[in-house]
Design a protein around this ligand. Structure first.
Ligand code: B3K
Ligand code: ZN
Length: 881
């Protein structure tokens, strides 16, 4: 808990570590309530610095003994504070031994060593290791670890840690032990241990170099049958990383453990990943197609960290995107190869434009490489992850696949076993390709979303087409003035027949057919294309080649044209989104000004065309039929009125469903398959069918409701059951209550499925939802100590139900702030995350704005706030540093 204003840590203050740890020899006597941790650290003073004291990090540790080179220190020989153990200046080489007692059963923060379902597990990133033992808890101290775990064999038959097992046996007191050795030096944030009653699914993978690796997925016995998909995903990821990045796995064993209580998705601890069970467990009856995809992506992400993060790690936490942005880019490419490239891109861009843009335009905006933080856990953000991945993607676009691969090869080779910076990464790419990326580096240091203003002019006499492109990045907290960035700008010019025109810039000898990538480096450019006889429609920022807001004044007809003809699948989808957004915005204005609402004929025709001519990729079609989300529409508004957005969007959904009813029904039936299968095609068919069902349910028609009930009852897989139940949850009919009760009765013992049940109710737009959510906080399926439950009920309500959360009375805000304050003493990390929706208060219309700010102020005025929540609330109010 915080005493005064938390200290701000700044990137510019970085200094190298005064001592290195060569070897960390750890012993755990695991027990509940008390676990004893013995650490023997072999230290070497950093010869590059003048001699200074050894200050070890440590929090909530009961120190029993400390010795240097075998001699126990008396209390006057060291200084012990709440966070540190200062041993003064030590010899150039020495060993430090400590013995501490900790209480994992009381650890509700889920950081450090804690219990989940009675099993021991750890989470050390970013700074959890200091809650386990005294240590220089910083990523640029890389040590070889040996770990001996001992415990009661009846309660904790399985004892796991990083590396390879090298010894095991019985102890005289009846406990058993296992010793693990990790030959690769690593920072302590990658340390892990797991102990408990677990069973494993085993398999092997033979690397390209011919080494056989044991693969093990450890779960509680009740989940033994649910690991097949995770194992399959792991093997796919291992093979892909060899093929695409030339990266092989390095230990003899790779383990994954699933736990129910976890603050985020998963953690890439060396050789021993710990996962939120949500990203491991799946069976067709319990997991949706989206869950399957999520598992494949997160398994791959953590596996890819073995190189991008573990073998080459971060010098300090400001460099977090070095491993996260790069690894997200790697997992995006993997998923694109495993599924549909266009659909994956659309999903990623939706996430970026809806939530990262919101962050980047708000009070918590920060660069991909932040300059300062109070609590590093608050910086595992969409900017560091998703914008960070876009930055790496732009490098991939600028250098081309081969150049990029040469660059990453060089990076891995040159920095293997080291803790480095984002600059080192860019420099490796520069060296491997001879490109100058000096201006590109600004993407790492400059916050805010750039705006590209584009206009086109066709001169039929000169047969030229001139594109004028300006760039401008708005100010963000602490960064009033911005410089131009280096931006890859992919585009095509589409001729009247729907075919891409060959492109030749003035001064060039040859025309290039199809997409070309221009490079923007200045505040303004004019590109003159020659031999352009007819007026084209420009298809700009193809594939979403840069994380920017694009402004180009398209007519409705041009958007409909691109929606039908653009060869770039992403831009075809994007044109449809722009058109729908525009229609919804007009509806909102009509509603506000008291004009009657009418369905836009152009949009109707475009949607009809999509359904009549479905194309090969059903998932892409399903995506194209989905209207922009309320959250996305809010992000485009100036003074957000969530109710107006909801009503306009619902009007449009209803009107489209009414006009398209026959073809939607036809498509629904045509895409129902007798057997459940898992293939990209089958998944696409399910998706399209369920999108059609969603539209049809907007009609509030009894026949359709009966159809939906039938789908729910007859579903042999969770995708179809959830799609039906989600639609039912939005309508006030007896079938809703019946289906929700049935679902609860069937799945009450499966926590992950109960999360879905909670989230469905929390995101219902029915008027009584807030009361329902309050009631559910007292339901046995809910538990404030479990992050999945908190996210499923409270998080889903606050982030996924704009119209009810933003009730004009402010009741939603009051409820959220109360829950944040209740959770903060237990789990500050999750409490701080939960507060995010309120941080956007300035974006709302005046009434809501005041109410949101009021709740933030109430939170901030609460004594004993964690620094996690303090930092978010104070910065949101503009009172932070
Ligand atoms: N590296 C972890 C995130 C740790 C978050 C700590 N607050 C998972 C990941 O990104 O792979
Ligand atoms: Zn990661």
């Amino acid at each position: 808990m915080r005493e005064a204003t938390p200290r701000t840590i700044r990137r510019e203050d970085y200094t190298p570590p005064p001592y290195f740890v060569e070897h960390a020899d750890l012993g755990f006597e695991l027990g509940d309530p008390v676990t004893r941790v013995e650490a023997r650290l072999t230290l070497r003073r950093n010869p590059a610095l003048p001699p200074g004291p050894l200050v070890l990090d440590g929090q909530e540790l009961g120190l029993k003994r400390v010795a240097v080179d075998g001699r126990e220190l008396a209390p006057h020989e060291y200084t012990l504070t709440e966070d540190h153990l200062d041993l003064g200046i030590l010899p150039e080489r020495c060993t430090v031994e400590t013995s501490v007692e900790i209480r994992p059963g009381e650890n509700t923060s889920l950081e450090g060593l804690y219990l989940s379902s009675g099993n021991f597990c750890t989470q050390c990133e970013a700074e959890g290791f200091r809650k386990i033992t005294f240590y220089p808890d910083r990523p640029d101290v890389m040590a070889r670890f040996s770990t001996t775990l001992s415990a009661d064999p009846a309660r904790y038959p399985v004892l796991l840690s990083n590396g390879n097992p090298v010894a095991r046996g019985e102890l005289p007191d009846g406990r058993h032990f296992v010793t693990w050795e990790d030959p690769f030096p690593k920072p302590c944030y990658l340390f892990a241990l797991v102990a408990g009653n677990l069973v494993s699914l085993e398999d092997t993978f033979t690397t390209a170099g011919g080494r056989e690796v044991k693969l093990e997925i450890w779960v509680e016995p009740r989940n033994a049958e649910k690991c097949g998909h995770a194992m399959h995903s792991l093997k796919q990821a291992m093979a892909w990383d060899e093929r695409v990045f030339g990266r092989e796995y390095d230990l003899d064993i790779y383990m994954i453990v699933a736990v129910d209580d976890f603050n985020m998705g998963a953690m890439e601890n060396k050789g021993l990943n710990v996962f939120n069970s949500k990203y491991v467990l799946a069976q067709p009856e319990t997991a949706t197609d989206e869950d399957y995809e999520g598992i494949e992506a997160v398994i791959a992400h953590e596996y890819f960290h073995n190189w991008s993060g573990n073998r080459v790690t971060c010098r300090d936490w400001f460099q977090l995107s070095l491993k996260e942005g790069f690894t997200v880019f790697r997992d995006q490419q993997f998923t694109a190869d495993m599924t549909s490239r266009a659909v994956k891109r659309i999903k990623d861009v939706n996430l970026l434009r809806t939530f990262q843009f919101r962050e980047d335009g708000g009070p918590l905006a920060h660069p991909v490489r932040p300059d300062a933080y109070q609590e590093i856990n608050n910086f595992y953000t969409l900017t560091v992850y998703e914008k960070g991945a876009e930055v790496v993607r732009m490098l991939h676009t600028l250098l081309g696949p081969e150049g990029f691969r040469r660059g990453t090869d060089r990076y891995f080779e040159r920095f293997d076993g080291q803790a480095v910076t984002c600059d080192d990464f860019v420099q490796a790419l520069e060296e491997a390709t001879g490109r100058d990326l000096s201006r590109f580096r600004r993407w790492y240091s400059q916050a805010g979303t750039p705006v590209l203003g584009v206009s086109g002019h066709h001169d039929p006499r000169a047969r030229t087409y001139t594109l004028t492109v300006t760039q401008h990045t708005p100010p963000t907290p602490g960064q009033p003035d911005k410089l131009p960035l280096h931006i890859p700008f992919a585009l095509g010019l589409v001729g009247p027949d729907g075919v891409d025109l060959p492109l030749r810039l003035a001064g060039e000898a040859e025309a290039v057919a199809g997409t070309r990538v221009l490079e923007l480096t200045e505040a303004e450019h004019a590109f003159v294309f020659e031999a352009i006889g007819t007026t084209p429609v420009p298809s700009l920022l193809r594939g979403y080649s840069a994380p920017v807001r694009l402004r180009y004044d398209y007519s409705d007809a041009e958007l409909a044209f691109l929606m039908a003809h653009d060869t770039d699948e992403f831009n075809r989808w994007d044109a449809g989104q722009r058109l729908a957004e525009r229609v919804i915005t007009r509806l909102m204005a009509d509603y506000r000004d008291g004009r009657p609402l009418r369905l836009d004929e152009g949009l109707l025709a475009a949607y009809r065309k999509l359904l009549e001519d479905p194309g090969a990729d059903r998932r892409l079609l399903a995506q194209a039929l989905m209207l922009p989300s309320e959250a996305y529409l809010a992000e485009q508004s100036d003074a957000i009125d969530p109710e107006a957005i909801h009503n306009a969007r619902e009007f449009l959904r209803h009107a489209l469903a009414q006009e398209l009813r026959p073809i939607l029904l036809e498509s629904y039936h045509a895409h129902r398959d007798p057997d459940y299968r898992v293939s990209p095609e089958a998944i696409g068919r399910r998706r399209l069918k369920n999108v059609c069902l969603g539209y049809l349910m907007a009609l509030h028609d009894e026949t359709i409701q009966a159809l939906c009930m039938t789908q729910y009852r007859e579903a042999d897989n969770m995708t179809d059951a959830m799609a039906a139940l989600a639609a039912l949850a939005q309508v006030d009919i007896p079938g809703r209550i019946e289906a929700l009760a049935h679902f609860h009765g069937r799945w009450r013992d499966d926590p992950l499925v109960m999360d879905k049940w909670l989230a469905l109710q929390a995101t219902s737009s029915l008027p009584g939802t807030l009361e329902e959510v309050k009631r559910l906080t007292r339901h046995p399926a809910f538990n404030l100590r479990n992050p999945n439950k908190v996210r499923a009920l409270i998080g889903a309500f606050a982030s996924g139900n704009p119209v009810r959360f933003h009730d004009p009375s402010g009741a939603g805000y009051l409820f959220l702030a109360d829950r944040v304050l209740e959770l903060d003493p237990l789990n500050p990390q999750v409490a701080a995350r939960l507060l995010t929706p309120l941080t956007q208060w300035r974006r709302y219309e005046p009434g809501r704005r005041a109410l949101m700010a009021g709740e933030l102020k109430r939170v901030l005025a609460t004594p004993q706030l964690s620094k996690d929540v303090y930092e978010i609330a104070s910065k949101a109010l503009g009172e932070g540093s």
